[in-house]
Structure formats: C-alpha cells, structure tokens
Design a protein around this ligand. Structure first.
Ligand code: KIV
Ligand code: NA
Length: 263
C-alpha cells in the first residue's frame, strides 16, 4: 500500500521510527521504495551530489522538476517529497506557482527551509492542497547567512526559539518537520512538542523518522564524511542490501548511534 501522510502520522502515534532517503532518478527510486523506505526526498542536495557544486544555491526549479519526474516514474509506493530550491518560495505567489510545478511533476509534499517568516506561505500552500515539510536547524540554503555549515540550537535561547518556530509552523499548516544538525536533546524536545511527524538528520535517534542523503550512506564519493553519516554499504554488501540495512537500523533505532549524534 502506498505511503501517505497518514502513514507517517500513524508511525508517530505508535512510536515506530520510519526511514527516509534521498533519490534523484527512477532506478534508485525503485530500489529505495522496494527496500522499504517510506518516503523519498528529491533534495536540493542534488546540486552537490549530482552537479558537483559547493552549495545547494545554484539548484533551479527545472532541476528539481526533472528529478521529481524521474523519481515518480520509478517509485513503488513511497511518499515523494520534493525540495523547493533557493528563492523559489521567496513570495507567496512564487511559492504557490513553484509548488504546483513540483506537485504536477509527481511530488506528494514539498519541503521549505526557514523559520517563522514561512507561516503565511505554509498556510497558503496547505489551504490549497499542498502538504508541507518545514526544514529547520541547519538549513543549507542559509549557508551564507550562517557563515558555514554549523550545528544549530546549541544555546538554550536559540533552542527555545527553534521549539517555538516548529510549533508555529505546525500550527500554520506544516504536516512534517525536518531537523538538520541539531543537538539530540533539542530534537527530542521538538519531537515531543509538535503533533506532526519529525524527521531528523544529524538530530539523534529520538525523532520520529530519519533521513540521509543516498550517496552519503553508500559511501560515495570516498573521503571525509559528516559526523552523522554512516556507510551502510559496508554491512549491506550490495546497494539494495545497504538500503535494507539502513531501514532496519532506523526501525530498530540502532541508527543513529552516539558516534553520529551531536550532544
Ligand atoms: O537536500 C537534501 O538532501 C536534504 C536532506 C539533507 C534533508 O534537504
Ligand atoms: Na535540501
């Protein structure tokens, strides 16, 4: 049966962890969905992973639409989430028009990076039938404002603000929250505070779901990897095996472990 937003809500209610991965093409979308991943993200990480850029900022609507169509063609029942790229939701009319393009390309939900300024945008999308995931914490489209890729919410004041923002965005209509690179105790507090399912990356094991970038968890390219990344190909033995090992580890909450977590 196809995964819907209700499936993710059920997981949260039952306290069962769910697994999300990025994918950008039909072949991987099929492998990932057949391996039991509940949601596929067409992330603007494709700017770095597929295009070799040094940030997500150059990614365009045309890029995400193209990859969303490819993923939708290969998908076997996962929920499809598509990133709205940099400045594609700077105004409400832009957000509506661009979200419509992603939904027509096959997305079931769009993801936006930001804080309380997105409230009205999220309400406008939600009221018109577009489910929204609000991405908080280390939001890579803000790398130039942050002055680098840094863990967010380490100070109590900043942490309280993030909890407030997550609650406000859910009240505004966000169906899912995604937290990137925040200390595990803060991610746990946000997961408790909001009714919407919370997906984490570099956010500890207490969120409702986990997400990783596909290429990262397959260990490509070789070299330095982020603290929160685990190479599942080593134990999985094959690409489908690696993805199944990831799904199992997420469901059993053995991933992420201490070594992948910010305190
Ligand atoms: O673009 C992406 O892949 C993402 C995930 C890292 C959450 O936004
Ligand atoms: Na992204």
């Amino acid at each position: 049966m196809a995964v819907t937003i209700n499936t993710l809500r059920d997981y949260k209610e039952k306290g069962e962890a769910f697994a999300v991965l990025t994918a950008y093409d039909a072949a991987f979308a099929q492998v990932v969905s057949e391996a039991g991943v509940d949601a596929i993200l067409i992330g603007d990480s494709l700017g770095m992973v597929l295009q070799g850029k040094d940030s997500t900022l150059p990614v365009t609507m045309d890029d995400i639409c193209y990859h969303t169509r490819s993923v939708a063609a290969g998908n076997r029942g996962a929920l499809i989430m598509a990133d709205m790229p940099f400045m594609s939701y700077g105004t409400i009319p832009d957000a509506l028009e661009n979200a419509a393009r992603l939904m027509r390309a096959g997305a079931h939900m769009v993801k936006l990076e930001g804080t309380d300024w997105m409230k009205d945008t999220i309400t406008a999308l939600s009221e018109r039938g577009v489910p929204v995931c609000a991405h908080l914490g280390l939001t890579p489209q803000f790398v130039n404002k942050f002055g680098g890729y840094k863990v967010q919410g380490r100070e109590e004041k900043q942490a309280e603000l993030m909890i407030e923002h997550a609650s406000e965005l859910v009240a505004a209509g966000a169906d899912v929250i995604l937290l990137e690179c925040v200390p595990a105790p803060l991610a746990a507090r946000i997961t408790q505070a909001v009714q919407a399912p919370v997906i984490g990356i570099g956010a500890g094991r207490d969120t409702d779901g986990q997400v990783l970038v596909l290429h990262d968890m397959l260990g490509i390219p070789e070299g330095r990897k982020a603290k929160f990344v685990k190479n599942f190909l080593e134990e999985g033995g094959s690409i489908p095996g690696a993805i199944k090992a990831y799904v199992k580890a997420v469901r059993e909450r053995t991933f992420p472990s201490e070594e992948h977590t910010f305190k």
